[in-house]
Design a protein around this ligand. Structure first.
Ligand code: SUG
Length: 429
């Protein structure tokens, strides 16, 4: 069984509209100039690094933007351009929502239970409803369409639609899986926030995690529902993957990640053979350090030789306290033996680190072969992606460009060229 990371390719409309309340990077970069071409190339370079480490890499496609259909449902009428122009004039905030490239953060696309954990032995994927943030609530329909193509083979996969909007669900960003190895039946940990406790919304509900676990057919002892610490959400950890990550039997987290830390750790210790918890003490790495450096928004991956690597954003190296602590972890007696530093600054400025940009799907070889191979990426496909991005992705977007017909047309054309280069039919995804 291997873990495949499906990264979201950064879409051509990537911009800084500051749409996410509680996401400090998004709020503080509001109104800045974005660089979609550079952003997408940074994402492609990240995929190349992962392939270079010997890992299997997948991708999901940027969504269709601008999303004129969504604006039409909100009462704007006429041709696509007329709809967009009217929205820009009357409700520019809605137009910004329709231009968001937020589907790049595929950790929020779905929650995935590998075959080892489910009663019917299939991989179950539940599309996330992303209902808390308006711009993100537009994603599930297109995400579901892609997942139903990528994971169409019903011998191996079951794709479930998004849950009702009242049950806030942000997918795998609030989900961890801990077990002896990827191939072993594991404990799936669903992390939720308590609503109404602080200045920022709790985006993941407990009811959503329980519903996903039921739909996926998890055993009672194969699931754990854990509350995120209110202090973490208030400090800007709008998803659990900003303060914790797990891989096989290793949990790498901040001391203040969970409301009931001791109970969580002791339940995991009973269930997970060889459990290793690597916890950053708050007096070494504060929540603010963790959130600004995104050290826990790393990818913790098992390399072909069985050792583990931490794939961290370069911002983690720029914080001396964080970097010193990471050095101690790598030198210490634990499975993590290397650190890979990667550059995803354009995404980071919207609160999306390495872990946000990928959806993990653990697969046996036969199931991997059954995935629609257009979603699997090797070096040659990275070259194709880079060529399309260099030729068609806008170089920069300033806030007032969001209302420009030229930008709308450029974004549509860029995506159409991408689909063609990857052999998707127009309108297929
Ligand atoms: O939902 N940012 C995303 C970042 C998602 C990060 N994902 C994980 N932690 N897994 C969000 O807040 C910013 C968009 C804007 O402001 O234009 C944004 O949507």
């Amino acid at each position: 069984m291997r873990e495949v990371n499906f990264d979201g390719l950064v879409g051509p409309s990537h911009n800084y509209a500051g749409l996410s309340l509680g996401n400090i990077a998004s709020a503080s970069n509001r109104g800045g100039v974005s660089r979609p071409r550079e952003a997408a190339l940074q994402g492609i370079a990240k995929m190349r690094r992962m392939i270079g480490l010997g890992l299997v890499q997948g991708m999901l496609l940027p969504h269709e933007r601008p999303n004129a259909g969504w604006l039409r449902a909100l009462g704007f009428s006429g041709s696509d351009d007329a709809v967009l122009a009217a929205a820009w004039k009357e409700e520019p905030a809605l137009l910004a929502n329709a231009m968001s490239a937020s589907a790049m953060w595929t950790a929020n696309a779905a929650t995935v239970s590998p075959a080892a954990d489910t009663q019917d032995g299939k991989v179950h994927l539940s599309v996330a409803n992303l209902s808390t943030m308006l711009h993100r609530s537009t994603e599930p329909a297109q995400t579901e369409r892609q997942l139903r193509i990528a994971f169409a083979d019903e011998r191996y996969f079951t794709v479930h639609p998004a849950l009702p909007a009242r049950l806030g669900d942000e997918g795998a960003a609030n989900f961890m899986r801990l077990g002896a190895s990827h191939a072993d039946k594991s404990t799936e940990v669903f992390v939720y926030g308590r609503a109404g406790q602080g200045p920022f919304p709790a985006r993941q509900s407990e009811a959503a995690g329980r519903a996903v676990a039921r739909r996926h057919g998890l055993e009672p002892e194969g699931q754990l529902h854990v509350r995120q610490a209110d202090a973490a959400i208030a400090a800007g950890a709008f998803h659990n993957d900003v303060v914790a990550v797990a891989n096989e039997h290793v949990l790498f987290c901040h001391e203040q990640a969970f409301a009931d830390r001791d109970a969580v750790f002791s339940t995991l210790a009973q269930r997970v053979p060889g459990l290793t918890i690597l916890e950053a003490p708050a007096d070494r790495v504060s929540l603010d350090d963790a959130i600004s450096s995104y050290l826990f928004n790393c990818q913790l991956v098992t390399l072909p030789d069985g050792s583990m690597a931490l794939v961290v954003p370069s911002e983690s190296r720029e914080n001396a306290r964080v970097w010193a602590w990471l050095q101690e972890i790598v030198a210490g007696p634990n499975p993590i033996s290397s650190i890979e530093v990667i550059e995803v600054r354009e995404s980071m400025r919207n609160g999306g680190g390495p872990a946000c940009l990928r959806l993990r799907v653990a697969l046996v070889d036969r199931a991997l072969a059954a995935v629609d191979q257009r979603f699997i990426v090797d070096e040659a496909k990275c070259d194709v992606l880079a060529r399309v991005v260099e030729r068609w992705w806008p170089e920069r977007i300033q806030p007032h460009d969001l209302g420009s017909g030229d930008l709308w047309h450029a974004c549509r054309a860029a995506r159409a060229h991408l689909l063609e280069a990857l052999s998707f039919n127009p309108g297929e995804v």
